[in-house]
Design a protein. Sequence first.
Length: 116
Amino acid sequence: MRMSRIEAKQSPIFTKTEAFMGWLLNHTAHYPRIERFRLAAQIDGALFAFHESLLRAALSEEQKPYLLEADVQLQKLRTLLRLAVELGYTTSDQFFFASQHTTEIGRLLGGWMRSS
């Protein structure tokens, strides 16, 4: 079932993803200069690619490939966030906050994948 643009914007996965995007983009903006062009750019890129895949799925008749790509990007994002902790750019508390959000978003994505 294809969503309209308005339905996509009101969907819980979009609401939660966009709220998380605001927090995460603000967080990566505080990385040291060199890491803003390396690790932060990768994190931000995975986040935007995830969101774009959700949008494509919402507006497409064939959702499954876009949902699978969103899942890949979410896994990539989680890996990059773990790396940020290991390198000391993200605190344990910040990682816990991000993990809670990615887990909830992942649950919503899984539900969408099962229903499509």
